[in-house]
Design a binder for this molecule. Structure first.
Ligand code: AGP
Length: 610
Protein backbone atom coordinates (compact mmCIF):
# COMPACT_ATOMS: atom_id res chain seq x y z
CA UNK A 1 0.00 0.00 0.00
CA UNK A 2 1.25 3.57 0.53
CA UNK A 3 5.00 4.16 0.43
CA UNK A 4 7.29 6.85 1.84
CA UNK A 5 10.75 8.00 0.89
CA UNK A 6 12.66 11.08 2.03
CA UNK A 7 16.25 12.31 1.73
CA UNK A 8 18.52 15.06 3.02
CA UNK A 9 21.89 15.38 1.29
CA UNK A 10 24.48 17.68 -0.25
CA UNK A 11 23.35 16.62 -3.71
CA UNK A 12 20.09 16.85 -5.62
CA UNK A 13 17.76 14.28 -4.00
CA UNK A 14 14.99 14.41 -6.63
CA UNK A 15 16.41 11.44 -8.65
CA UNK A 16 16.71 9.48 -5.37
CA UNK A 17 13.10 10.22 -4.46
CA UNK A 18 11.85 9.19 -7.91
CA UNK A 19 13.98 6.03 -7.92
CA UNK A 20 12.74 5.21 -4.40
CA UNK A 21 9.11 5.69 -5.38
CA UNK A 22 9.60 3.43 -8.42
CA UNK A 23 10.97 0.74 -6.13
CA UNK A 24 7.90 1.15 -3.91
CA UNK A 25 5.50 0.75 -6.84
CA UNK A 26 5.14 -2.97 -6.19
CA UNK A 27 3.29 -2.26 -2.95
CA UNK A 28 0.29 -0.97 -4.94
CA UNK A 29 -0.74 2.68 -5.32
CA UNK A 30 -2.89 4.97 -7.39
CA UNK A 31 -1.15 8.36 -7.16
CA UNK A 32 2.31 9.69 -6.40
CA UNK A 33 4.00 12.93 -5.46
CA UNK A 34 7.12 14.65 -4.16
CA UNK A 35 7.77 17.89 -2.26
CA UNK A 36 11.07 19.77 -2.11
CA UNK A 37 12.38 23.04 -0.77
CA UNK A 38 11.82 25.97 -3.11
CA UNK A 39 13.14 29.54 -3.07
CA UNK A 40 10.32 30.95 -0.98
CA UNK A 41 7.88 28.12 -0.46
CA UNK A 42 7.72 24.35 -0.62
CA UNK A 43 7.37 23.05 -4.20
CA UNK A 44 5.24 20.02 -4.94
CA UNK A 45 4.29 17.83 -7.88
CA UNK A 46 1.56 15.18 -7.69
CA UNK A 47 -0.10 12.97 -10.27
CA UNK A 48 -2.68 10.21 -10.29
CA UNK A 49 -1.49 7.10 -12.12
CA UNK A 50 2.10 5.92 -12.41
CA UNK A 51 5.24 7.41 -10.83
CA UNK A 52 6.61 7.87 -14.37
CA UNK A 53 3.92 10.49 -15.07
CA UNK A 54 4.79 12.37 -11.90
CA UNK A 55 8.49 12.08 -12.82
CA UNK A 56 7.90 13.72 -16.23
CA UNK A 57 6.06 16.59 -14.54
CA UNK A 58 8.90 17.05 -12.01
CA UNK A 59 11.48 17.13 -14.80
CA UNK A 60 9.40 19.59 -16.82
CA UNK A 61 9.23 21.87 -13.79
CA UNK A 62 13.01 21.54 -13.16
CA UNK A 63 12.69 20.09 -9.67
CA UNK A 64 16.10 20.15 -7.95
CA UNK A 65 16.72 20.17 -4.19
CA UNK A 66 18.98 18.71 -1.46
CA UNK A 67 15.92 17.98 0.76
CA UNK A 68 12.67 16.30 -0.18
CA UNK A 69 9.97 13.74 0.56
CA UNK A 70 7.98 11.46 -1.73
CA UNK A 71 4.93 9.24 -1.48
CA UNK A 72 2.89 6.65 -3.33
CA UNK A 73 -0.75 6.69 -2.19
CA UNK A 74 -3.29 3.86 -2.15
CA UNK A 75 -6.56 5.68 -1.64
CA UNK A 76 -8.50 5.18 1.60
CA UNK A 77 -9.97 8.52 2.72
CA UNK A 78 -11.01 10.42 -0.40
CA UNK A 79 -10.91 9.29 -4.03
CA UNK A 80 -7.98 8.96 -6.41
CA UNK A 81 -7.44 12.64 -7.23
CA UNK A 82 -4.44 14.93 -7.44
CA UNK A 83 -5.73 16.96 -4.49
CA UNK A 84 -5.86 13.87 -2.29
CA UNK A 85 -2.39 12.70 -3.33
CA UNK A 86 0.51 13.33 -0.92
CA UNK A 87 2.54 15.35 0.01
CA UNK A 88 0.07 17.60 1.81
CA UNK A 89 1.14 21.16 2.47
CA UNK A 90 0.23 23.66 5.17
CA UNK A 91 0.52 27.38 4.36
CA UNK A 92 2.99 26.76 1.57
CA UNK A 93 5.69 26.11 4.18
CA UNK A 94 5.36 22.65 5.59
CA UNK A 95 5.02 19.44 3.56
CA UNK A 96 4.13 16.01 4.91
CA UNK A 97 3.72 12.44 3.70
CA UNK A 98 1.82 9.84 5.71
CA UNK A 99 1.10 6.11 5.66
CA UNK A 100 -1.68 4.71 7.85
CA UNK A 101 -5.03 6.00 9.00
CA UNK A 102 -5.81 8.83 11.44
CA UNK A 103 -8.98 7.66 13.16
CA UNK A 104 -9.86 10.97 14.85
CA UNK A 105 -9.29 13.05 11.73
CA UNK A 106 -12.83 14.45 11.77
CA UNK A 107 -12.49 15.94 15.26
CA UNK A 108 -9.04 17.30 14.39
CA UNK A 109 -10.34 18.77 11.14
CA UNK A 110 -13.15 20.58 12.99
CA UNK A 111 -10.69 21.88 15.57
CA UNK A 112 -8.29 23.16 12.90
CA UNK A 113 -11.09 24.71 10.86
CA UNK A 114 -12.15 26.62 13.96
CA UNK A 115 -8.56 27.89 14.14
CA UNK A 116 -8.84 29.16 10.55
CA UNK A 117 -7.14 26.34 8.62
CA UNK A 118 -8.55 25.61 5.17
CA UNK A 119 -8.54 22.12 3.70
CA UNK A 120 -8.01 21.24 0.07
CA UNK A 121 -8.38 17.44 0.27
CA UNK A 122 -10.72 14.83 1.71
CA UNK A 123 -7.86 12.91 3.31
CA UNK A 124 -7.27 12.12 6.95
CA UNK A 125 -3.63 13.12 6.36
CA UNK A 126 -4.07 16.81 5.73
CA UNK A 127 -5.02 17.41 9.38
CA UNK A 128 -1.54 16.25 10.43
CA UNK A 129 0.18 18.82 8.22
CA UNK A 130 -1.98 21.64 9.62
CA UNK A 131 -1.61 20.37 13.18
CA UNK A 132 2.19 20.48 12.98
CA UNK A 133 1.98 23.90 11.35
CA UNK A 134 -0.28 25.06 14.18
CA UNK A 135 2.25 24.05 16.84
CA UNK A 136 5.08 25.60 14.79
CA UNK A 137 3.13 28.86 14.74
CA UNK A 138 3.18 28.78 18.56
CA UNK A 139 6.98 28.77 18.54
CA UNK A 140 7.79 25.05 18.64
CA UNK A 141 10.73 23.68 16.68
CA UNK A 142 9.88 21.33 13.82
CA UNK A 143 10.66 18.29 15.99
CA UNK A 144 8.74 19.61 19.01
CA UNK A 145 5.76 20.45 16.79
CA UNK A 146 5.73 16.93 15.39
CA UNK A 147 6.07 15.37 18.85
CA UNK A 148 3.20 17.49 20.18
CA UNK A 149 1.01 16.90 17.14
CA UNK A 150 1.27 13.10 17.22
CA UNK A 151 -0.05 13.14 20.80
CA UNK A 152 -3.30 14.52 19.37
CA UNK A 153 -3.64 11.64 16.91
CA UNK A 154 -5.49 8.34 17.26
CA UNK A 155 -4.67 5.69 14.69
CA UNK A 156 -1.66 4.48 12.79
CA UNK A 157 0.99 6.53 11.08
CA UNK A 158 4.40 6.73 9.52
CA UNK A 159 5.14 10.37 8.79
CA UNK A 160 7.94 12.41 7.21
CA UNK A 161 7.93 16.20 7.26
CA UNK A 162 9.99 19.05 5.78
CA UNK A 163 9.66 22.76 6.45
CA UNK A 164 10.78 25.59 4.18
CA UNK A 165 11.75 27.65 7.24
CA UNK A 166 14.13 24.97 8.48
CA UNK A 167 16.04 23.71 5.42
CA UNK A 168 18.63 21.76 7.41
CA UNK A 169 16.41 18.99 8.72
CA UNK A 170 13.64 16.50 8.12
CA UNK A 171 11.57 14.93 10.92
CA UNK A 172 9.71 11.64 11.05
CA UNK A 173 7.41 9.66 13.34
CA UNK A 174 6.12 6.14 13.53
CA UNK A 175 3.16 4.42 15.22
CA UNK A 176 1.59 1.25 13.86
CA UNK A 177 3.17 1.56 10.37
CA UNK A 178 6.75 0.69 9.45
CA UNK A 179 9.31 3.45 9.01
CA UNK A 180 13.07 3.21 8.92
CA UNK A 181 15.97 5.61 8.76
CA UNK A 182 18.78 5.02 6.25
CA UNK A 183 22.27 6.13 7.24
CA UNK A 184 24.52 7.50 4.52
CA UNK A 185 27.79 9.36 4.36
CA UNK A 186 26.88 13.04 4.78
CA UNK A 187 23.31 12.21 3.82
CA UNK A 188 20.39 10.46 5.49
CA UNK A 189 17.07 8.99 4.44
CA UNK A 190 13.67 7.83 5.64
CA UNK A 191 11.63 5.12 3.99
CA UNK A 192 8.70 2.84 4.70
CA UNK A 193 10.56 -0.04 3.06
CA UNK A 194 14.29 -0.58 2.69
CA UNK A 195 13.94 -1.20 -1.06
CA UNK A 196 13.24 2.54 -1.52
CA UNK A 197 16.74 3.56 -0.40
CA UNK A 198 18.83 0.49 -1.12
CA UNK A 199 20.58 2.17 -4.07
CA UNK A 200 22.00 4.74 -1.58
CA UNK A 201 22.55 2.78 1.62
CA UNK A 202 21.96 -0.58 3.31
CA UNK A 203 22.66 0.76 6.83
CA UNK A 204 19.29 1.15 8.51
CA UNK A 205 17.64 1.86 11.84
CA UNK A 206 14.11 0.52 12.30
CA UNK A 207 12.07 3.06 14.24
CA UNK A 208 10.03 1.58 17.08
CA UNK A 209 6.42 2.27 18.00
CA UNK A 210 6.04 5.86 19.17
CA UNK A 211 9.52 6.93 18.01
CA UNK A 212 10.23 10.27 16.40
CA UNK A 213 13.44 11.09 14.53
CA UNK A 214 15.30 14.18 13.41
CA UNK A 215 17.54 13.87 10.37
CA UNK A 216 20.20 16.35 9.29
CA UNK A 217 22.96 15.78 6.72
CA UNK A 218 25.39 15.07 9.53
CA UNK A 219 23.38 12.72 11.70
CA UNK A 220 20.18 11.22 13.03
CA UNK A 221 18.65 11.56 16.49
CA UNK A 222 15.87 9.22 17.63
CA UNK A 223 13.44 9.87 20.51
CA UNK A 224 11.00 7.53 22.24
CA UNK A 225 7.31 8.20 22.97
CA UNK A 226 8.25 10.50 25.86
CA UNK A 227 10.64 12.50 23.70
CA UNK A 228 13.69 11.07 25.47
CA UNK A 229 16.71 10.51 23.18
CA UNK A 230 17.30 6.80 22.56
CA UNK A 231 19.86 4.68 20.72
CA UNK A 232 18.31 2.25 18.24
CA UNK A 233 20.41 -0.56 16.85
CA UNK A 234 21.88 -0.16 13.36
CA UNK A 235 21.29 -3.06 10.92
CA UNK A 236 22.85 -3.96 7.61
CA UNK A 237 19.95 -4.84 5.33
CA UNK A 238 20.34 -8.02 3.27
CA UNK A 239 18.02 -6.71 0.54
CA UNK A 240 20.18 -6.53 -2.58
CA UNK A 241 19.65 -4.39 -5.65
CA UNK A 242 19.70 -7.56 -7.79
CA UNK A 243 16.68 -8.93 -5.91
CA UNK A 244 14.78 -5.78 -6.89
CA UNK A 245 15.68 -6.00 -10.60
CA UNK A 246 13.82 -8.09 -13.21
CA UNK A 247 16.89 -9.54 -14.88
CA UNK A 248 15.98 -11.71 -17.88
CA UNK A 249 12.36 -12.18 -16.78
CA UNK A 250 9.25 -10.49 -18.12
CA UNK A 251 7.58 -10.13 -14.75
CA UNK A 252 8.58 -10.31 -11.10
CA UNK A 253 5.99 -13.04 -10.63
CA UNK A 254 7.71 -15.16 -13.26
CA UNK A 255 11.11 -14.45 -11.70
CA UNK A 256 9.83 -15.31 -8.23
CA UNK A 257 8.19 -18.55 -9.39
CA UNK A 258 11.53 -19.58 -10.87
CA UNK A 259 13.45 -18.57 -7.76
CA UNK A 260 11.63 -21.17 -5.65
CA UNK A 261 14.28 -23.93 -5.72
CA UNK A 262 16.82 -21.39 -4.43
CA UNK A 263 14.39 -19.81 -1.93
CA UNK A 264 13.53 -23.23 -0.48
CA UNK A 265 17.19 -24.23 -0.32
CA UNK A 266 17.99 -20.98 1.54
CA UNK A 267 15.06 -21.51 3.92
CA UNK A 268 16.17 -25.01 4.90
CA UNK A 269 19.83 -24.01 5.19
CA UNK A 270 19.59 -23.24 8.92
CA UNK A 271 17.83 -26.58 9.48
CA UNK A 272 20.54 -28.48 7.64
CA UNK A 273 23.10 -26.46 9.59
CA UNK A 274 21.84 -27.76 12.96
CA UNK A 275 21.35 -31.22 11.46
CA UNK A 276 17.77 -31.81 12.59
CA UNK A 277 14.45 -30.43 13.79
CA UNK A 278 15.72 -28.41 16.73
CA UNK A 279 13.63 -25.87 18.70
CA UNK A 280 16.42 -23.26 18.56
CA UNK A 281 15.58 -22.77 14.87
CA UNK A 282 12.65 -20.70 16.17
CA UNK A 283 14.50 -18.65 18.81
CA UNK A 284 16.58 -18.90 21.94
CA UNK A 285 13.80 -19.90 24.36
CA UNK A 286 11.84 -21.99 21.85
CA UNK A 287 12.39 -25.28 23.65
CA UNK A 288 10.65 -23.88 26.73
CA UNK A 289 7.83 -22.31 24.69
CA UNK A 290 7.17 -25.30 22.41
CA UNK A 291 7.70 -28.23 24.77
CA UNK A 292 4.26 -28.46 26.34
CA UNK A 293 2.01 -26.68 23.85
CA UNK A 294 -1.28 -28.56 23.68
CA UNK A 295 -2.74 -26.96 20.55
CA UNK A 296 -1.94 -24.54 17.75
CA UNK A 297 -3.93 -21.55 16.49
CA UNK A 298 -2.75 -20.22 13.13
CA UNK A 299 -3.70 -16.67 12.09
CA UNK A 300 -3.04 -15.17 8.66
CA UNK A 301 -4.61 -13.66 5.54
CA UNK A 302 -4.84 -14.66 1.87
CA UNK A 303 -2.12 -16.93 0.60
CA UNK A 304 -0.49 -17.05 4.04
CA UNK A 305 -3.80 -18.34 5.42
CA UNK A 306 -3.73 -21.16 2.86
CA UNK A 307 -0.23 -22.06 4.03
CA UNK A 308 -1.77 -22.34 7.50
CA UNK A 309 -4.60 -24.55 6.22
CA UNK A 310 -2.02 -26.90 4.71
CA UNK A 311 -0.12 -27.03 7.99
CA UNK A 312 -3.23 -28.15 9.88
CA UNK A 313 -3.11 -31.49 8.05
CA UNK A 314 0.58 -31.88 8.95
CA UNK A 315 0.27 -30.79 12.59
CA UNK A 316 -2.78 -32.89 13.47
CA UNK A 317 -1.44 -35.85 11.47
CA UNK A 318 2.15 -35.87 12.70
CA UNK A 319 2.03 -34.15 16.13
CA UNK A 320 -1.41 -35.29 17.24
CA UNK A 321 -2.52 -31.98 18.77
CA UNK A 322 -5.46 -29.85 17.62
CA UNK A 323 -4.66 -27.11 15.13
CA UNK A 324 -7.15 -24.38 14.21
CA UNK A 325 -6.56 -21.99 11.33
CA UNK A 326 -8.42 -18.71 11.07
CA UNK A 327 -8.47 -15.68 8.83
CA UNK A 328 -6.92 -12.94 10.98
CA UNK A 329 -9.64 -10.36 10.26
CA UNK A 330 -12.24 -12.75 11.69
CA UNK A 331 -10.29 -13.86 14.75
CA UNK A 332 -9.53 -10.31 15.86
CA UNK A 333 -13.21 -9.41 16.19
CA UNK A 334 -14.63 -12.51 17.83
CA UNK A 335 -14.59 -13.66 21.41
CA UNK A 336 -11.83 -16.25 21.36
CA UNK A 337 -11.20 -18.61 24.25
CA UNK A 338 -7.70 -18.16 25.65
CA UNK A 339 -5.58 -21.20 26.44
CA UNK A 340 -2.16 -20.50 27.97
CA UNK A 341 -0.72 -23.70 26.48
CA UNK A 342 -1.80 -22.87 22.97
CA UNK A 343 0.81 -21.78 20.42
CA UNK A 344 -0.31 -18.77 18.38
CA UNK A 345 1.31 -18.86 14.94
CA UNK A 346 1.05 -15.83 12.66
CA UNK A 347 2.13 -16.20 9.04
CA UNK A 348 2.93 -13.19 6.89
CA UNK A 349 5.17 -12.54 3.90
CA UNK A 350 5.40 -8.81 4.59
CA UNK A 351 5.18 -8.84 8.37
CA UNK A 352 3.05 -5.70 8.03
CA UNK A 353 -0.46 -6.99 7.30
CA UNK A 354 -2.64 -4.99 9.64
CA UNK A 355 -5.29 -7.67 10.21
CA UNK A 356 -2.65 -10.25 11.12
CA UNK A 357 -0.85 -7.80 13.40
CA UNK A 358 -4.10 -6.89 15.14
CA UNK A 359 -5.06 -10.55 15.52
CA UNK A 360 -1.69 -11.14 17.19
CA UNK A 361 -2.20 -8.18 19.52
CA UNK A 362 -5.66 -9.47 20.37
CA UNK A 363 -4.32 -12.95 21.13
CA UNK A 364 -1.69 -11.41 23.41
CA UNK A 365 -4.33 -9.29 25.14
CA UNK A 366 -6.21 -12.53 25.92
CA UNK A 367 -3.09 -13.76 27.73
CA UNK A 368 -1.45 -15.83 25.01
CA UNK A 369 2.29 -15.67 25.68
CA UNK A 370 3.43 -18.40 23.28
CA UNK A 371 3.60 -16.57 19.98
CA UNK A 372 5.51 -17.53 16.86
CA UNK A 373 5.75 -15.59 13.62
CA UNK A 374 6.68 -17.09 10.25
CA UNK A 375 7.72 -14.11 8.18
CA UNK A 376 9.77 -13.17 5.13
CA UNK A 377 10.75 -9.65 6.19
CA UNK A 378 13.02 -9.55 9.23
CA UNK A 379 12.52 -6.61 11.57
CA UNK A 380 8.97 -6.06 10.33
CA UNK A 381 6.19 -5.46 12.83
CA UNK A 382 4.72 -8.96 13.23
CA UNK A 383 7.96 -10.83 14.03
CA UNK A 384 8.99 -7.99 16.32
CA UNK A 385 5.79 -8.48 18.28
CA UNK A 386 6.27 -12.26 18.52
CA UNK A 387 8.25 -14.27 21.03
CA UNK A 388 9.53 -16.79 18.48
CA UNK A 389 10.34 -16.19 14.82
CA UNK A 390 11.08 -18.37 11.80
CA UNK A 391 12.51 -16.29 8.99
CA UNK A 392 11.65 -17.62 5.54
CA UNK A 393 14.51 -16.78 3.21
CA UNK A 394 12.55 -16.22 0.04
CA UNK A 395 14.23 -12.86 -0.61
CA UNK A 396 12.33 -9.73 -1.63
CA UNK A 397 8.95 -10.63 -3.15
CA UNK A 398 7.83 -7.85 -5.49
CA UNK A 399 4.92 -9.36 -7.45
CA UNK A 400 1.60 -8.76 -5.71
CA UNK A 401 0.76 -12.43 -6.19
CA UNK A 402 2.62 -14.31 -3.49
CA UNK A 403 4.55 -17.31 -4.84
CA UNK A 404 7.97 -18.06 -3.34
CA UNK A 405 6.77 -16.68 -0.01
CA UNK A 406 4.04 -19.37 0.05
CA UNK A 407 6.27 -22.35 -0.67
CA UNK A 408 8.87 -21.18 1.85
CA UNK A 409 6.11 -20.67 4.43
CA UNK A 410 5.13 -24.29 3.82
CA UNK A 411 8.73 -25.35 4.40
CA UNK A 412 8.79 -23.36 7.66
CA UNK A 413 5.47 -24.87 8.79
CA UNK A 414 6.66 -28.35 7.97
CA UNK A 415 9.80 -27.68 10.01
CA UNK A 416 7.60 -26.52 12.90
CA UNK A 417 5.47 -29.66 12.60
CA UNK A 418 8.46 -31.99 12.68
CA UNK A 419 9.99 -30.05 15.59
CA UNK A 420 6.79 -30.30 17.64
CA UNK A 421 6.50 -34.00 16.78
CA UNK A 422 10.08 -34.59 17.90
CA UNK A 423 9.55 -32.70 21.17
CA UNK A 424 6.52 -34.90 21.89
CA UNK A 425 8.39 -38.10 21.14
CA UNK A 426 6.47 -38.70 17.93
CA UNK A 427 9.40 -38.57 15.54
CA UNK A 428 11.84 -41.46 15.69
CA UNK A 429 15.44 -40.88 14.58
CA UNK A 430 14.94 -42.89 11.38
CA UNK A 431 11.83 -40.93 10.45
CA UNK A 432 13.62 -37.67 11.18
CA UNK A 433 16.46 -38.67 8.87
CA UNK A 434 13.93 -39.54 6.14
CA UNK A 435 12.17 -36.20 6.46
CA UNK A 436 15.46 -34.31 6.33
CA UNK A 437 16.38 -36.24 3.22
CA UNK A 438 13.02 -35.41 1.64
CA UNK A 439 13.56 -31.72 2.40
CA UNK A 440 17.07 -31.90 0.92
CA UNK A 441 15.56 -33.19 -2.34
CA UNK A 442 12.74 -30.66 -2.36
CA UNK A 443 14.49 -27.90 -4.40
CA UNK A 444 15.18 -30.52 -7.11
CA UNK A 445 11.56 -31.71 -7.13
CA UNK A 446 10.36 -28.12 -7.39
CA UNK A 447 12.74 -27.59 -10.31
CA UNK A 448 11.22 -30.62 -12.06
CA UNK A 449 7.77 -29.11 -11.60
CA UNK A 450 9.04 -25.82 -13.08
CA UNK A 451 10.18 -27.75 -16.15
CA UNK A 452 6.49 -28.41 -16.91
CA UNK A 453 6.06 -24.75 -17.86
CA UNK A 454 5.75 -25.27 -21.67
CA UNK A 455 2.91 -27.81 -21.23
CA UNK A 456 1.15 -25.58 -18.72
CA UNK A 457 1.46 -22.57 -21.07
CA UNK A 458 -0.48 -24.59 -23.68
CA UNK A 459 -3.29 -25.19 -21.15
CA UNK A 460 -3.29 -21.49 -20.29
CA UNK A 461 -4.26 -20.64 -23.88
CA UNK A 462 -7.42 -22.70 -23.34
CA UNK A 463 -8.16 -20.99 -20.03
CA UNK A 464 -7.69 -17.44 -21.22
CA UNK A 465 -11.09 -17.00 -22.95
CA UNK A 466 -12.99 -18.49 -19.97
CA UNK A 467 -14.83 -16.46 -17.35
CA UNK A 468 -15.00 -19.09 -14.61
CA UNK A 469 -12.98 -22.05 -13.32
CA UNK A 470 -13.28 -24.59 -10.53
CA UNK A 471 -10.35 -26.01 -8.58
CA UNK A 472 -10.65 -29.29 -6.68
CA UNK A 473 -8.39 -31.05 -4.21
CA UNK A 474 -8.74 -33.37 -1.23
CA UNK A 475 -6.94 -33.57 2.08
CA UNK A 476 -3.66 -31.70 2.24
CA UNK A 477 -4.05 -30.74 -1.43
CA UNK A 478 -7.34 -28.93 -0.88
CA UNK A 479 -5.51 -25.76 0.32
CA UNK A 480 -3.39 -25.97 -2.84
CA UNK A 481 -6.61 -25.90 -4.88
CA UNK A 482 -7.62 -22.80 -2.88
CA UNK A 483 -4.25 -21.21 -3.60
CA UNK A 484 -4.56 -22.07 -7.32
CA UNK A 485 -7.98 -20.42 -7.49
CA UNK A 486 -6.73 -17.31 -5.65
CA UNK A 487 -3.72 -16.97 -7.97
CA UNK A 488 -5.91 -17.29 -11.06
CA UNK A 489 -8.50 -14.78 -9.91
CA UNK A 490 -6.10 -12.15 -8.62
CA UNK A 491 -3.92 -11.87 -11.71
CA UNK A 492 -6.11 -13.03 -14.63
CA UNK A 493 -9.45 -11.75 -13.22
CA UNK A 494 -11.10 -15.08 -14.09
CA UNK A 495 -13.63 -15.99 -11.44
CA UNK A 496 -12.23 -19.11 -9.80
CA UNK A 497 -13.45 -21.08 -6.79
CA UNK A 498 -11.91 -24.03 -5.00
CA UNK A 499 -13.76 -26.85 -3.29
CA UNK A 500 -12.79 -29.99 -1.48
CA UNK A 501 -13.53 -32.50 -4.26
CA UNK A 502 -15.90 -34.47 -2.02
CA UNK A 503 -18.05 -31.37 -1.55
CA UNK A 504 -18.77 -31.00 -5.27
CA UNK A 505 -21.95 -33.02 -5.20
CA UNK A 506 -23.34 -30.90 -2.35
CA UNK A 507 -23.89 -27.89 -4.59
CA UNK A 508 -21.10 -26.69 -6.90
CA UNK A 509 -21.71 -29.59 -9.33
CA UNK A 510 -24.67 -27.53 -10.57
CA UNK A 511 -22.15 -25.13 -12.14
CA UNK A 512 -20.43 -27.81 -14.20
CA UNK A 513 -21.03 -27.90 -17.94
CA UNK A 514 -18.82 -27.96 -21.04
CA UNK A 515 -17.80 -24.34 -20.47
CA UNK A 516 -16.52 -24.83 -16.94
CA UNK A 517 -12.87 -25.90 -16.81
CA UNK A 518 -12.18 -27.94 -13.67
CA UNK A 519 -8.60 -28.07 -12.37
CA UNK A 520 -7.88 -31.04 -10.13
CA UNK A 521 -4.89 -31.52 -7.85
CA UNK A 522 -4.67 -35.31 -7.78
CA UNK A 523 -1.33 -36.72 -6.66
CA UNK A 524 -0.88 -40.37 -5.91
CA UNK A 525 -1.84 -40.19 -2.23
CA UNK A 526 -4.32 -42.24 -0.19
CA UNK A 527 -7.24 -40.10 -1.43
CA UNK A 528 -6.52 -40.54 -5.14
CA UNK A 529 -9.28 -43.13 -5.70
CA UNK A 530 -11.79 -40.80 -4.03
CA UNK A 531 -10.64 -37.90 -6.22
CA UNK A 532 -11.01 -40.08 -9.32
CA UNK A 533 -14.66 -40.71 -8.42
CA UNK A 534 -15.20 -36.96 -8.07
CA UNK A 535 -13.60 -36.48 -11.49
CA UNK A 536 -16.13 -38.94 -12.93
CA UNK A 537 -18.92 -36.79 -11.50
CA UNK A 538 -17.52 -33.86 -13.48
CA UNK A 539 -17.06 -35.82 -16.71
CA UNK A 540 -20.59 -37.22 -16.51
CA UNK A 541 -21.85 -33.58 -16.65
CA UNK A 542 -19.68 -32.69 -19.66
CA UNK A 543 -17.08 -30.75 -17.60
CA UNK A 544 -13.53 -30.55 -18.94
CA UNK A 545 -10.85 -31.73 -16.52
CA UNK A 546 -7.30 -30.38 -16.22
CA UNK A 547 -5.51 -32.70 -13.84
CA UNK A 548 -2.19 -32.14 -12.11
CA UNK A 549 -0.86 -35.44 -10.84
CA UNK A 550 2.45 -37.29 -10.53
CA UNK A 551 4.08 -40.09 -12.48
CA UNK A 552 3.06 -42.65 -9.83
CA UNK A 553 -0.69 -42.30 -10.38
CA UNK A 554 -2.24 -44.79 -12.77
CA UNK A 555 -4.55 -42.84 -15.01
CA UNK A 556 -4.13 -41.34 -18.41
CA UNK A 557 -5.60 -38.78 -20.76
CA UNK A 558 -8.98 -39.43 -22.33
CA UNK A 559 -11.61 -37.31 -23.98
CA UNK A 560 -12.15 -34.22 -21.83
CA UNK A 561 -9.43 -35.26 -19.38
CA UNK A 562 -6.07 -33.51 -19.77
CA UNK A 563 -3.21 -34.59 -17.55
CA UNK A 564 0.14 -33.04 -16.58
CA UNK A 565 2.44 -35.09 -14.36
CA UNK A 566 5.22 -34.11 -12.00
CA UNK A 567 7.98 -36.75 -12.16
CA UNK A 568 7.31 -38.56 -8.88
CA UNK A 569 5.20 -38.45 -5.76
CA UNK A 570 7.15 -36.74 -2.96
CA UNK A 571 5.02 -37.98 -0.08
CA UNK A 572 4.23 -35.58 2.72
CA UNK A 573 5.86 -32.63 0.88
CA UNK A 574 3.66 -33.14 -2.18
CA UNK A 575 1.56 -29.95 -1.59
CA UNK A 576 4.71 -27.84 -1.99
CA UNK A 577 5.57 -29.41 -5.35
CA UNK A 578 1.96 -29.25 -6.55
CA UNK A 579 1.83 -25.52 -5.88
CA UNK A 580 4.18 -24.85 -8.81
CA UNK A 581 1.83 -25.94 -11.63
CA UNK A 582 -1.08 -23.85 -10.32
CA UNK A 583 1.18 -20.79 -10.07
CA UNK A 584 2.37 -21.31 -13.65
CA UNK A 585 -1.18 -21.85 -14.89
CA UNK A 586 -2.28 -18.52 -13.35
CA UNK A 587 0.80 -16.72 -14.67
CA UNK A 588 0.44 -17.93 -18.27
CA UNK A 589 -3.31 -17.38 -18.31
CA UNK A 590 -2.79 -13.78 -17.16
CA UNK A 591 -0.10 -13.37 -19.81
CA UNK A 592 -2.50 -14.61 -22.49
CA UNK A 593 -5.19 -12.22 -21.24
CA UNK A 594 -2.76 -9.29 -21.16
CA UNK A 595 -3.42 -8.24 -17.56
CA UNK A 596 -0.95 -6.36 -15.37
CA UNK A 597 0.61 -9.47 -13.80
CA UNK A 598 2.75 -7.80 -11.15
CA UNK A 599 0.30 -5.07 -10.21
CA UNK A 600 -3.22 -6.48 -10.58
CA UNK A 601 -6.02 -3.95 -10.39
CA UNK A 602 -7.30 -2.88 -6.96
CA UNK A 603 -4.69 -4.89 -5.05
CA UNK A 604 -1.68 -3.95 -2.95
CA UNK A 605 1.31 -6.00 -1.89
CA UNK A 606 1.26 -5.07 1.78
CA UNK A 607 -2.22 -4.60 3.15
CA UNK A 608 -1.70 -2.12 5.95
CA UNK A 609 -5.33 -1.03 6.34
CA UNK A 610 -8.41 -2.92 7.50
C1 AGP B 1 -1.51 -13.39 -2.34
O1 AGP B 1 -1.16 -13.61 -3.65
C2 AGP B 1 -1.89 -12.08 -1.93
N1 AGP B 1 -1.73 -11.04 -2.79
C3 AGP B 1 -2.47 -11.88 -0.55
O2 AGP B 1 -3.51 -12.79 -0.38
C4 AGP B 1 -1.46 -11.98 0.62
O3 AGP B 1 -1.04 -13.30 0.75
C5 AGP B 1 -2.15 -11.47 1.90
O4 AGP B 1 -2.49 -10.12 1.72
C6 AGP B 1 -1.30 -11.65 3.12
O5 AGP B 1 -0.11 -10.93 3.03
P1 AGP B 1 1.09 -11.22 4.01
O6 AGP B 1 1.54 -12.61 3.77
O7 AGP B 1 2.13 -10.20 3.64
O8 AGP B 1 0.58 -11.02 5.40
Amino acid sequence: MCGIVGAIADRDVVPLLIDGLKRLEYRGYDSAGIAILGDTCVRRVRRTGRVAEMESAALAESFVSPLGIGHTRWATHGGVTENNAHPHISHGELALVHNGIIENHEQQRARLQALGYEFESQTDTEVVAHLIHHYRAQGASLLQALQTAVRDLDGAYAIAVIDQRDPSRMVAARMGCPLLVGLGDGENFVASDVSAIVSSTRRVIFLEEGDTAELTREGVAVFDTDGTPVQREEHLSDVSLASLELGPYRHFMQKEIHEQPRAIADTIEALMGVGGFAPELFGADAAEVLRDVDSVQILACGTSYYAGLTARYWIEGMVGIPCAVEVASEYRYRTAVANPRQLIVTISQSGETLDTMEALKYAKSLGHARTLSICNVPESAIPRASRLVYHTRAGAEIGVASTKAFTTQLVALFTLTATLAKLRGKLAALQEAELLEALRHLPGSVQHALNLEPQIAVWAERFSPRQHALFLGRGVHYPIALEGALKLKEISYIHAEAYPAGELKHGPLALVDKDMPVVVIAPNDRLLEKVKSNMQEVRARGGELFVFTDADSQFGESEGVHVIRTPRHVGVLSPIVHTIPVQLLAYHTALARGTDVDKPRNLAKSVTVE
